[in-house]
Design a protein around this ligand. Structure first.
Ligand SMILES: Cc1cc2nc3c(=O)[nH]c(=O)nc-3n(C[C@H](O)[C@H](O)[C@H](O)COP(=O)(O)OP(=O)(O)OC[C@H]3O[C@@H](n4cnc5c(N)ncnc54)[C@H](O)[C@@H]3O)c2cc1C
Length: 472
């Protein structure tokens, strides 16, 4: 039998249930489509496109340059390929974004009507979102019971090993190739951004092994300190499916001692599951506040403040370090993501949509589920969100989580010579000391764009105003 395997966010050969099923049926036509039907709002951001270009290069190499890569409407291209190459079956791994679900179910019906066998699989999650519901059938809205449910029902799959050399490819004459997708920007800034990353299945496996050898042992404590290398850096690999959560879980369990570090790491993998659970059950997660009362929040509109935040020019060193890390590397440490998000929505009182969109464009791990759920969490309007009155103080956060300034100075080098004592309050540094460090405050480094105490009070007032409006 000839099967078309449609690669989407499952850009790997190992532990790929849909690809494995296709191979077991006979010859395979491996296809990737950059779907132009995707709604603009969820179209790939710049950093994701750059990553995807390299990930497809790697996948194509492991398929001996046999990957068919096309740009256009999947609804047209898939039936077309099936007809031209006498395909009898189609396989894919499921996606959970609302438009993906809609497209896939339409396509499944259309292909079945033509007599093709169409099978979809779970290649991206530990649990299907429809399986992780409460006893009353409603979805979980709070993380801890969700986590307990997951741990009680976790049945790790032994990752199926699919040897790439065993894939028998349907001979084809498709010429278009990777360049026709035009994923890379015309001005190639992406090489610099991706110097520390190796997109693709091998890069993912190497990063996992490196983390297990060097980071896992300190994960529980170290994961909050951006200067430490205690986190896995696997999120983009997981997003593009270059590695599966089952592979990560199985390796973590096999190669690290079963202790607090391992348990904490698994908890984070379950946060990813929780985000997908929210997206599946609340498909407007990217747009609509999960707590409707936040529809009445009096957000500010201020382009200058937004620009200062985006470009890392807020005058708060830990915030600026995070935003510049994002711009330079396509990533940002989780602790710092929480700090910059709190700063945007609480100190600047700019709508979380601005942050969600900026992250979407800049992050290599931009993921509709995790990004939307995390922004709603940070803004206080999500399920099980951080309470609105919990407002991170960027000065004390910096002092606590980057006490020596190693991370902050890496991305804010103009503060290199400033003593630690003033690093997170550079405005308070006596002029003679900042001069000796070679900095003129307000010229070499911006003065704070808002005052933390006053903006905190204004945020709490706005929160009260929101409650008043929601009640009336
Ligand atoms: C405002 C904001 C936006 C975010 N946007 C994204 C996003 O677009 N894509 C994304 O993958 N993560 C997002 N996160 C979650 C988290 O910051 C990243 O998953 C994490 O920093 C990735 O680094 P890591 O792979 O080293 O994580 P590790 O600490 O090594 O964790 C292992 C894996 O668990 C998952 N994970 C960890 N923390 C979370 C979390 N809080 N929520 C969901 N999954 C988690 C990731 O898949 C990660 O790779 C966001 C967090 C915030 C506060």
């Amino acid at each position: 039998m000839r099967t078309l395997h449609w690669f989407r966010n499952d850009l790997r050969l190992q532990d790929n249930p849909a690809l494995l099923a296709a191979c077991q049926q006979g010859a395979v036509l491996p296809v990737f489509i950059l779907d132009t039907d995707e709604p603009a709002r969820s179209a790939l951001g710049g950093a994701s496109r750059a990553w995807l270009h390299r990930s497809l290069t790697a996948l194509n190499a492991s398929l001996n340059n046999n990957l068919v890569m096309l740009k256009g409407s999947a609804q047209t291209l898939i039936p077309d390929l099936c007809a031209r190459y006498q395909i009898e079956a189609v396989t894919w791994n499921r996606g959970y974004e609302p438009w993906t679900i809609q497209r896939d179910s339409g396509l499944k019906t259309a292909l079945k009507a033509r007599g093709l066998a169409v099978t979809s699989f779970n290649g991206a999650l530990l649990f299907e979102p429809w399986d992780t519901v409460k006893k009353d059938g409603f979805p979980y809205r709070v993380y801890t019971p969700f986590y307990k449910h997951c741990m009680a029902n976790l049945s790790p799959r032994i990752p199926g090993v699919l040897n790439a050399t065993r894939i028998r490819v349907v001979p084809h004459a498709e010429q278009a190739g990777l360049e026709s997708l035009a994923l890379r920007p015309p001005v190639t800034w992406d090489d610099a951004m991706l110097t520390d990353w190796t997109p693709g299945e091998q890069g993912a496996q190497r990063r996992l092994q490196h983390f297990l050898a060097t980071g896992m042992g300190d994960y529980r404590e170290g994961r909050d300190f951006p200067a430490k290398r205690s986190v896995s850096g696997l999120s983009a690999h997981l997003h593009f499916g270059e590695i599966s959560p089952h592979q990560v879980l199985a390796s973590a369990r096999a190669e690290s001692p079963s202790d607090d570090n391992q348990a904490h790491f698994i908890k984070e993998l379950v946060w990813r599951e929780f985000s997908y659970n929210l997206l599946y059950h609340f498909p407007t997660l990217q747009e609509k506040n999960l707590q409707a009362k936040f529809d009445h929040f009096p957000w500010e509109a201020n382009e200058a403040l937004l620009k200062a935040w985006q470009t890392g020019q807020t005058g708060y060193p830990i915030v600026d370090a995070g935003m510049r890390e994002l711009w330079q590397t396509g990533s940002m440490h989780n602790r710092v993501r929480m700090i910059v998000a709190s700063f945007l929505v609480k100190n600047l009182r700019l709508h979380w949509h601005h942050g969600e969109r900026w992250f979407w464009d800049c992050l290599v791990d931009a993921d509709l589920a995790s990004n939307s759920a995390s922004w709603q969490w940070a803004a206080g309007c999500g399920c099980d969100a951080a309470p609105y009155f919990r407002i991170f103080n960027p000065t004390t956060q910096g002092q606590r989580f980057d006490p020596d300034g190693e991370y902050t100075r890496r991305y804010v080098p103009e503060l290199l010579g400033l003593p630690n004592q003033y690093l997170y309050e550079p405005w308070a540094c006596p002029v003679e000391i900042s001069r000796a460090a070679g900095i003129v405050m307000g010229k070499d480094y911006p003065a704070p764009i808002v005052e933390v105490k006053a903006s905190r009070e204004a945020a709490l007032l706005a929160f009260s105003e929101m409650k008043r409006r929601a009640a009336g």
